[in-house]
Design a binder for this molecule. Structure first.
Ligand SMILES: Cc1cc2nc3c(=O)[nH]c(=O)nc-3n(C[C@H](O)[C@H](O)[C@H](O)COP(=O)(O)OP(=O)(O)OC[C@H]3O[C@@H](n4cnc5c(N)ncnc54)[C@H](O)[C@@H]3O)c2cc1C
Length: 524
């Protein structure tokens, strides 16, 4: 048997490669860039400065993958900062989310005694719901037409776990998923800053605002990985590139071969079965199993020849939505920023949230709906040098600024050459407002637009999650209703990236689930 081919060495592709190799299948990974990691990379930002180029926190990673790949033994140091999140208010105050619920409750009390009283119950509820949803994320979505006996059993087990949630929690789950996350948080809390810090998780990476229906589901699904309000702040010392280098090492050791600078331009199919790939330099590699870590649109609409797919399926693939809304600004700093309301620089070891109210977040989204770059964007900020000073020259820092919303397609034919300038100005103005003196601290600024995410990093539409995490593109519908089990209509062609269930974020969930299904097929 020819070795299976994996297109892309993102963290999901590396995870699939590892499990396939461990099953004795000796996969070959073909990565278009010169480095592995996809969106989970650490690169030089300016001479002497290294930074998480794209993602700066993990989803977090699935514990079983960390264990199986022995990532900690390979030198990966996961950092769980405390406080985990600081939400900045425009009036100069800050709400500090500690890992300790009672300390966070005390911090909330300064804003609202009523909210402080409700916070522990909210945390406990999210933990219970997250635990239930966690089992769904680890399973392969059921086949809709002909579920196998084993799947029916799994569904029955899931039904039992759902009932075990009890009446109140099971009703909450059913009701909250389709809701707008703004309504969900308003049922619990009255403080706008607190509402927004929690709701941001329901819109992270998507083309939706907090008032969009179904953003409740995104919040709930994220709690499965980490139930703490405000989201996962688990980082990797040295940035996510350290993680994916270790993952590549684990995959190689298990028997996978990884080739970089090997862009695939065509997936070959014969008689409805995968037959291999063609690389950009014309090299043809024969294989009966091809697994794509590239996003679903790229795989199905540009790598596969349209004649190999049914027109009905092609229409569904074309309707898969992945309009990017995120940009990244990485800064080399001569000194730490001085954020309003944060007296202790140690409090900046987690994530810093700028998006101080539900209406603020919605307005930031509104702009992107009409092709405009948010004048007041939602920012999620980390300072990786606080965990690893070696990322910058002594006394200097790097700052990783995740920016939402910047639409992939700008209005009125504006080009991203102009867009880049506007985006930089909007981000710097917003930072300056919350950290006066910021601009003087900047030595170097790297701006990555949604267009760069597509052209440099291979993300179609610049979508950081390989497609919208909306209700119609989740679980049995990710990426396409009836094709959520990592297989495609071309036999032997599989998907293993963030465009499959359970979706985006550095979790390795898609890569591990896909490997399980592929190994079942190949061992059959
Ligand atoms: C700016 C940004 C910020 C983010 N922030 C966070 C965060 O803080 N926390 C979090 O958990 N997640 C975050 N994410 C999301 C997270 O990084 C992704 O969901 C996740 O890394 C996707 O992993 P993947 O392996 O599925 O795909 P990718 O990482 O996209 O990897 C796909 C790989 O396939 C390769 N490829 C594509 N086409 C071809 C081809 N034709 N031939 C060969 N190779 C090909 C690509 O080069 C790439 O290496 C962020 C993402 C971005 C872009």
């Amino acid at each position: 048997m020819n070795p299976p081919l994996i297109i892309g060495a993102g963290h999901n592709g590396l995870t699939t490669a590892f499990y396939l190799a461990r099953a004795g299948l000796r996969p070959i990974v073909l990565e278009r860039r010169g480095i592995v990691g996809g969106s989970a990379i650490t690169e030089e930002l300016a001479p002497g400065y290294r930074c998480p180029t794209l993602a700066h926190a993990t989803g977090p990673m699935r514990a079983s993958v960390v264990r199986d790949m022995q990532l900690e033994k390979r030198g990966v140091e996961f950092v769980r900062p405390d406080p985990r999140l600081v939400a900045l208010a425009p009036d100069g105050r800050a709400l500090v989310f500690s890992n300790d619920i009672s300390r966070t409750t005390d911090a909330i009390r300064a804003f609202s005694a009523k909210d402080a009283e409700r916070y522990p119950d909210f945390c406990a509820t999210m933990t219970r719901l997250g635990r239930f949803l966690g089992t769904l994320l680890e399973s392969t979505p059921p086949a809709l037409d002909t579920p196998a006996a084993g799947e029916l059993w799994d569904l029955l087990k899931t039904g039992r776990q759902f009932r075990a949630l009890g009446r109140q929690d099971s009703f909450r789950l059913l009701r909250w998923g389709p809701m707008a996350v703004a309504d969900l948080v308003a049922e619990w809390f009255e403080t706008d800053l607190l509402q927004a810090a929690i709701a941001a998780r329901g819109i992270f990476g998507s083309a939706q605002g907090p008032w969009s229906a179904g953003t409740g589901a995104a919040l709930l699904l994220n709690t499965a990985g980490d139930p703490a309000p405000g989201g996962s702040s688990v980082m990797v010392k040295g940035g996510p590139g350290v993680l994916t280098s270790a993952m590549a090492e684990a995959a190689r050791e298990a028997g996978a071969e990884i080739r970089t600078n090997a862009p695939v331009v065509r997936v070959l199919a014969r008689n409805g079965h995968a037959a291999g790939v063609v690389l950009e330099d014309g090299t043809e590699i024969v294989a009966t199993s091809v697994i794509s870590n590239a996003d679903p649109r790229r795989t199905l609409l540009s790598l596969v020849d349209p004649v190999d797919l049914d027109p009905g399926f092609m229409i569904k693939a074309r309707n898969y939505r992945c309009p990017g809304t995120v940009a990244k600004v990485n800064l080399a700093l001569r000194a730490l920023p001085a954020f309003h309301g944060v007296a202790n620089p140690g409090d900046l070891r987690g994530r810093v949230h700028i998006g101080p109210g539900i209406d603020y977040l919605e307005r930031a989204f509104d702009a992107s709906k009409y092709g405009e770059i948010s004048p007041e964007p939602y920012l999620d900020i980390t300072l990786p040098t606080l965990h690893d000073p070696s990322l910058a020259p002594e006394g200097r820092h790097v700052m990783s600024v995740y920016m939402q919303f910047a639409p992939y397609k700008l209005a009125d034919g504006q080009s991203w050459a102009d867009g880049r300038r506007i985006l930089t100005a909007n981000v710097m103005r917003t930072l300056e407002r919350y950290a006066p003196g910021m601009e003087q601290r900047v030595e170097h600024c790297q701006v990555i637009t949604p267009m760069d995410l597509e052209t440099t990093y291979g993300l179609t539409g610049g979508h950081i999650l390989h497609g919208e995490p909306s209700l119609d593109q989740l679980f049995t519908m990710r990426p396409i209703l009836g094709w959520a089990r990592y297989r495609t209509p071309i036999k032997g062609l599989y998907l293993c990236g963030a465009g499959t269930h359970p979706g985006g974020g550095i979790t390795a969930g898609s890569g591990q689930n896909a490997a399980r299904e592929i190994i079942k097929d190949l061992k059959r």
